[in-house]
Design a protein around this ligand. Structure first.
Ligand code: UDX
Length: 433
């Protein structure tokens, strides 16, 4: 089938390449010229394992084309995916829908044949209904339908999550052709037994926001338990393992540490709270404010812990920060807990040296005043404390003897509970987590 993907960021570029991999003919629309040129040359402008190979394969075969023109988009196909960003509004909790809205405003007046628009971006409940009314105003003598088909991919596993999702969810209005079209698009995925849930648009929108809210709650739950563990002298990792054996709870997303960041969970729970407020249901989601609070407290706690290890003041200390991405296998630093901690520590008078295997360029753009090192060794040079803030395998597999020639003092804080505490302690390091 021929289809267009509007927006080629983390979500859209992955979706476009994966749709080509499923055998479809895809045109990706990217309005930022530099990004578009890179993608058209078969290069991925961000780090996502497995995606460069897939993109190159389908750019080379011609199954995937890239353009910046909505006229090209309208000519190319009758099925359109919206995969543009929905960031948090500046100074507000709600989602900024300007990119979704402008995609609709630009595309629909150009359509000369009946079409289906499938939204993939994460949007507040009620968005499809609002957009559908606007589409009806904009469409000229053609039937343009809209439906929502949320995406659940994780950065770092985006290709596998798109090609082998846990479920496909579709929210369609009554009488829509969307179910039939999605059965074609995702034919091989659905026939391999992946659940295909067809519902109405508000439910589909809420499936996505509820999933992210639940994941955020799970992480903040274990981090709240970690606070109690700190006070009581208990081991949160052992608790997570023990409760995780209960199939009703499950061990995944119970890793205590510096908490969640990135371009999705933080802004999605805030947008969810804002939308519930607009709907008069603010009280129902008031617990998400505490989920957010627990999460933000982790960052402050990490700074305090570093100050404690430095003897009460960070002034004049040198701190090595290992990790800048919001999680491993990603170069994404949006709302990165690691960079937030690095910034706070610097503000308290320490010099920080940051190293990340993939996120250096993005970090420099966001926090140009931090010092950056070209390796973990260089970051640790003359360090009073080493902080591990993103659990990259490169850091998890470090041995105490790897860092000993470089550091000034043998202090390590494990912000992701990912190191083998006993090996650091037995090598004479002060280890905190
Ligand atoms: C998330 C959802 O998982 C995905 O389904 C949705 O489509 C987009 O948002 P992503 O933002 O890629 O995906 O990251 P995820 O793997 O969920 O991790 C989010 C954050 O939580 C990271 O900062 C990670 O370090 C943190 N995390 C995760 C924990 O602190 N503890 C855990 O146990 C798991």
């Amino acid at each position: 089938m021929r289809m267009v993907v509007l927006g080629l960021g983390y979500l859209g570029a992955t979706h476009a390449a994966c749709m080509a991999e499923l055998g479809h003919e895809v045109l990706g629309i990217e309005v930022i010229p530099d990004k578009r040129a890179q993608l058209a040359a078969g290069e991925v402008p961000f780090y996502e394992p497995g995606l460069p190979e897939l993109l190159k394969k389908h750019i080379d075969s011609g199954a995937l084309k890239v353009s910046g023109s909505y006229t090209d988009a309208a000519d190319f196909a009758d099925v359109f995916f919206i995969a543009v960003g929905t960031p948090q509004k500046k100074g507000e909790y709600s989602a900024d829908l300007q990119y979704v809205e402008s995609a609709i405003e630009e595309l629909v007046p150009l359509l000369t044949r009946d079409a289906l628009i499938l939204g993939k971006s994460t949007v507040p409940v009620g968005t499809a209904q609002k957009l559908s009314e606007r589409v009806d105003e904009l469409a000229k003598d053609v039937d343009v339908q809209i439906a929502w088909n949320p995406e659940f991919l994780r950065e770092g596993f985006a290709v596998a999550d798109t090609l082998h999702p846990d479920r496909v969810v579709l929210g369609a209005f009554p009488g829509s052709c969307a179910e039939e079209v999605c059965r074609d698009i995702y034919g091989s995925i659905i026939s391999s037994g992946t659940p295909f849930i067809v519902t109405d648009p508000p439910t589909a929108e809420l499936v996505k926001t509820s999933a992210n809210a639940f994941l955020a709650t799970k992480i903040s739950f274990i981090n709240a338990i970690a606070e109690v563990c700190d006070a009581a002298g208990a081991d949160v990792r052992a608790i997570a393992d023990a409760i995780g054996y209960d199939a009703r709870i499950g061990r995944r997303f119970l890793n205590a540490g510096l908490g969640f960041g990135g371009g999705c969970l933080p802004k999605d729970i805030r947008a969810f709270m804002a939308r519930a407020g607009e709907l008069g249901a603010a009280e129902a989601l008031s617990f998400l404010r505490e989920v957010d609070n627990v999460n933000m407290r982790r960052r402050t706690r990490m700074v305090e812990l570093t100050r404690e290890v430095c003897g009460g003041s960070l002034l004049g200390k040198r701190i090595a920060i290992l990790g800048a991405a919001f999680k491993p296998k990603s170069d994404d630093v949006r709302d990165s807990p690691a960079l937030n901690v690095a910034g706070q520590i610097q503000l308290q008078g320490a010099s920080v040296a940051v190293y990340d295997p993939k996120a250096m360029d993005n970090s420099r753009k966001l926090f140009p005043t931090l010092d950056y090192a070209v390796s973990a060794h260089e970051a640790c040079d003359k360090a009073d404390v080493v902080l591990v803030l993103t659990e990259w395998e490169e850091f998890v597999s470090l041995n105490p003897s790897d860092l000993e020639p470089f550091v000034r003092q043998r202090n390590i804080i494990d912000g992701r509970n990912c190191l083998d505490a006993s090996s650091w302690k037995s090598a004479g390091w002060r280890y905190c987590a």
